[in-house]
Design a protein around this ligand. Structure first.
Ligand SMILES: Cc1cc2nc3c(=O)[nH]c(=O)nc-3n(C[C@H](O)[C@H](O)[C@H](O)COP(=O)(O)OP(=O)(O)OC[C@H]3O[C@@H](n4cnc5c(N)ncnc54)[C@H](O)[C@@H]3O)c2cc1C
Length: 779
């Protein structure tokens, strides 16, 4: 049991009891505890400090969850009609074994009234705009970083480069998504195995953590503490804020209390096989269910009789988020030589290809395909499993040794024989799992059969989705000279395995449509909430944990706002800076082999070599930005330029607003907006786009032209400063209509709405203030 510092009071009655410590439970527990509420969190599994995750075969075979059989491990595996499912049991829930990807649900995938095959509609009563501030908050708390592909040793990760190359060859939208992994401390260059800087709250495990070592073990628990899993982040902060966190505590019964509130009964599982289970009862004014998309509906179905007003939609809208696992095997270069994919190098997932939905320009349900790695020891297993060739090599090795003995060979060095024994390892090095997910049909139903959880779901009503995902995976296999292999269970009647179960207690506009409202509160039972994946009314499409966490953050904020004693502007445990961002699109022309901007533009226009970029500029901390003479922000997005090989993702981007450079010649009424974007061209060569807007007061009203014209140089290599081999030049501009759209994307997110407003105001003052300084007084 981990009990938070500073908590004083009854250990039987709480303001809020939270069941489960995954994304929904951890976020809610932290936010409510930080708002001064007395929170108890009950988690059925145990805590896993760094170094405690199973690795040996003996440890692994006991690492499953089945308390009835004396198993209290981390993997909770289910088999249902039409699908298998894998979830986690332990403090931190799915974050202990997830692949760290934090993607937001695509704006247009929050569908409204989308008809379902068996009747009814998929409807999301929340929008992307509702969740955006909460996405921001969660990303900050989980210290989200992108895979640092611009730096070594990350730059040479074969699977990332392979997926990028294949995506670029097919003109697909490839990206490095945010990952909840520490590759480097803030402000430091990423490097494997470095100590991770402490947070402002104590880590509950009190064990050293080090930056990601690229060992591919994320899905079996990170023994180095490099994953920013919920135990290291939200749960540590919740404990620090006073939450009472109880592990090995499995909730079995829930019911409304006689005089209001809720009663909760749980079993405490023993620390070893021989121990005894004990039962405990608690009461709470509010009860938050966050036991996951299988656990929460299971609890509600088992205790349904105690909740007469529960919606008839309980159990509905279940889906596996379109998950499909498949494999690329034996990749080859066009000349026939083996191509290394090395699935075991890097964190489990590093990059993602997004295929648009018909709602945003695609021609079917939208989906993602990601590289999926595995621990390096799995490569030994894969090689060993190729029995015939391995056995042949072993026979040859033993034969050579026997012959050497018989003939009394003096050769004592065995390096070459062992090298031959291991073979070229081309099979394991050239293979890679791919994980697809997307908008499948949420028409599954959870129910109980003789007390056991059942799911009725079929791939039949999602045929189009799975055909599209498999089709793209085949194309990628073709690009990489690999063969495509379905997951073996696909051949058993089109079954899938999901790691993203969703739905079962869906949100809706009313009790006829869902179990909970858009703030997770159960219709007909005030004070009872569902904060986890069960509340999703359909597939998230992208990996869902960030959306679940953002939904829980919104739920908690709403609960706090309505609570009579909660501290509304609860101070976050971590330093919570106010961020600001906007999206910018500029278009123009460049010419390769040209050094002059204007000539590059003119030639580019004549020869039809356009260049455009679509960037999201993010300022991480507006207060720091305002006093920083470099006024630096980050830029991400893409550059589209056929001359360079199509749409190229920005791997790292730096933006400076109104800085004074040597080029100003000391003229204080002159400044520059700088852009530096690091890309790889279609052939995989590093390229830098360096651009500037020259803001100065020329005769005439030139403010619009100055701030909307970007002079662009393209350099070979990734150049941090000026210099390097110049590849080409040109000019791109922002069109008035795009600028109007850009203004609507300006948004800020701080600890309070006031902070956000202040940030927009401060940014506007700097922007306009500098323009005024440049253009104003002289007029
Ligand atoms: C191998 C793998 C890789 C994944 N990779 C990604 C990824 O990269 N990105 C992503 O977004 N998602 C990923 N996921 C999915 C992600 O883990 C889940 O979507 C997410 O954890 C769901 O959050 P949740 O809060 O709904 O439930 P969970 O995280 O499942 O948490 C539920 C918790 O409740 C506990 N619990 C259940 N019943 C009870 C009970 N009766 N009493 C007390 N406690 C109980 C469970 O032990 C568990 O800790 C992955 C999942 C797996 C398995």
């Amino acid at each position: 049991m981990i009990t938070g510092a500073g908590f004083v009071g009854s250990d039987q009655h709480f303001d809020v009891v939270v069941v489960g410590s995954g994304f929904g439970g951890s976020v809610t527990a932290y936010r409510l505890a930080a708002a001064g509420l007395r929170v108890c969190l009950l988690e059925r599994g145990k805590a896993y400090p760094p170094g405690s995750f199973a690795r040996s075969p003996l440890e692994m075979q006991r690492n499953f969850w089945d308390p009835g059989k004396g198993l209290y491990g981390m993997f909770d595996v289910w088999s249902f009609t039409g699908m298998e499912a894998l979830v986690s049991s332990g403090l931190g829930g799915g974050s202990l074994i997830y692949a760290n990807v934090l993607l937001r649900k695509d704006e247009r995938w929050f569908v409204r009234d989308s008809p379902l095959p068996g009747g009814g509609y998929e409807n999301w009563p929340v929008s992307r705009a509702d969740l955006d501030p909460h996405y921001d908050a969660v990303e900050r708390m989980l210290h989200a970083q992108r895979y640092p592909l611009a730096d070594e040793p990350y730059a040479s990760t074969p699977k990332t480069l392979a997926l990028r190359d294949a995506a670029q060859a097919r003109k697909l939208d490839w990206q490095l998504p945010l990952l909840a992994v520490t590759f480097g401390n803030a402000g430091e260059k990423p490097a494997p195995g470095m100590p991770i800087a402490a947070d402002t709250y104590p880590n509950m495990h009190r064990k050293p953590r080090t930056t990601c070592r690229l060992c591919g073990e994320c899905d079996i628990g990170c023994n180095y503490g490099s994953k920013n899993s919920l135990d290291h982040t939200y749960l540590s902060a919740a404990a620090h804020a006073g939450a009472d966190i109880r592990t090995r505590s499995e909730v079995r019964r829930i019911a409304p209390g006689d005089g209001g509130g809720y009663r909760i009964s749980y079993l405490t599982h023993p620390a070893d096989q021989d121990g005894r289970r004990t039962g405990t009862d608690l009461t709470a004014d509010r009860l938050v269910l966050a036991a996951g998309a299988l656990g929460t509906p299971y609890l509600l179905l088992r205790n349904r009789a105690a909740f007469p007003a529960l919606s008839g939609t309980l159990g509905s809208r279940f889906s596996g988020n379109g998950d499909l696992l498949a494999f690329l095997l034996g990749a080859r270069h066009p000349d026939g030589s083996p191509r290394r994919l090395e699935g075991s190098r890097g964190p489990v997932i590093t990059s993602a290809i997004r295929v648009p939905d018909e709602r945003d320009g695609g021609d079917g349900p939208g989906f993602y395909v990601e590289d999926a790695g595995y621990p390096y020891f799995a490569e030994w297993m894969a090689e060993a499993a190729r029995a015939p060739s391995a056995a042949g090599r072993l026979a040859r090795f033993l034969g050579n040794r026997a012959w050497a003995r018989l003939t009394g060979s003096p050769r004592s060095a065995l390096g070459a024989d062992i090298h031959a024994l291991l073979g070229d390892a081309a099979f394991s090095a050239g293979s890679l799992p791919l994980l697809g997910m997307g908008r499948d049909t949420p028409d599954g139903r959870l129910r109980l059969r003789r007390g056991h959880l059942q799911v009725d779901w079929t791939t039949k009503t999602s045929r189009r989705h799975f055909a599209r995902v498999r089709g793209l995976m085949r194309e990628l296999a073709g690009e990489l000279g690999a063969s495509f292999e379905d997951n073996p269970i696909w051949h058993l009647g089109r079954r899938v395995i999901t790691v993203h179960p969703l739905g079962g207690a869906p949100m809706g506009r009313h009790a006829g449509e869902g179990v909970v409202d858009s703030y997770g509160e159960v219709f007909g039972h005030p004070g009872l909430y569902v904060a986890d994946g069960a509340a999703m009314p359909g597939p998230v499409g992208a990996n869902p944990s960030l959306t679940i966490a953002a939904f829980a953050d919104r739920l908690a904020e709403h609960l706090i706002a309505q609570h009579p004693t909660a501290q509304r502007a609860s101070a976050p445990a971590a330093h919570w800076p106010t961020t600001l961002g906007f999206t910018e699109e500029m278009k123009g022309f460049v010419a390769l082999g040209e050094s002059d901007y204007q000539r590059g533009f003119d030639r580019g226009r004549a020869e039809r070599t356009p260049l455009m970029f679509h960037l999201t500029i993010a300022i991480e901390d507006i207060d720091r930005f305002l006093v920083d003479p470099d006024r630096v922000g980050s830029a991400r997005g893409w550059v589209d330029c056929d001359a360079l090989g199509g749409r190229l993702p920005v791997e790292r981007g730096i933006f400076n607003l109104f800085v004074h450079t040597a080029a100003d010649g000391g003229d204080t009424r002159r400044s520059r907006m700088l852009y530096r974007l690091f890309l790889h061209d279609g052939a995989g060569n590093p390229v830098t786009l360096a651009g500037f807007k020259d803001v100065h007061d020329d005769p005439g009203w030139d403010v619009w032209r100055d701030t909307s014209t970007l002079y662009v140089h393209l350099y070979a290599g990734h150049q941090d400063g000026d210099g390097g081999e110049l590849l080409g030049s040109g000019i791109i501009t922002i069109h008035l209509a795009d600028f109007a759209r850009q203004l609507t994307t300006l948004s800020a997110h701080g600890p309070t709405p006031g902070d956000s407003l202040r940030a927009v105001h401060a940014f506007g003052s700097v922007f306009l203030g500098e323009l005024w300084n440049t253009y104003g007084p002289a007029r």
